[in-house]
Design a protein around this ligand. Sequence first.
Ligand code: ZN
Length: 230
Amino acid sequence: MVRRALLLVAVAACGDNAVLVDAAPRDVPPAPDAAPDAAVDAPPGTPDLKLIPEEMAGTLILANEAFGGGACEVIEGCVGGPGLRRLLKFDTVTANGGTGDLVLGAPPADGASDATFTWSACHGHHHVTGYARYELLDDTGLVVAGHKQAFCLQDTQQVQPGAGSRGYNCMNQGMSVGWADVYARSLPCQWIDVTGVAPGTYTLRVVVNPEGALPDADPDNNVFETTTTL
Ligand SMILES: [Zn+2]
């Protein structure tokens, strides 16, 4: 039951269902007098973005799915084209193991993008720019890369006992110390399109904050790698 609840919250992060977003649990509501983009009582310090390998390793699946020419997945380049595609899907779980919150704040107005947020006309909301990179590699290097991934950063799952959430969500984005953002494999674009990739053994590599655009105390824990067979 816990797992199902987490998936519903994660779907709300990049889905179309505003009701689900509103139903997401918020342990600590923002103070009424707080500025919309201000963290409430965020501890001073530096965030440390990191991937949680034990929550990602067992989640890889292969799936065949068909997409019409007007599908957001096609328009946003998450698949190489319309029609039947073969997808390597997996969960991405990133946590803040640092001493301060990651605070991104409120996205700009609908239709506008800035250095942190890219407006997705197809999804009708903003995505965090350059948050993660997905790659499939073989012995010689990169075979295929994933689409630039579409995250709305929020407190989805508590990972440190007792850690308090400042209630970050898609309207006031960030990640509290001791909390994780779970992007489930059921979400759109949460995959690498491996259509046409030859059967064999490959390495899936996920890198969070690959360009170092976000404050991050320890970039050495930002990579997850696992072997997979296509
Ligand atoms: Zn989206």
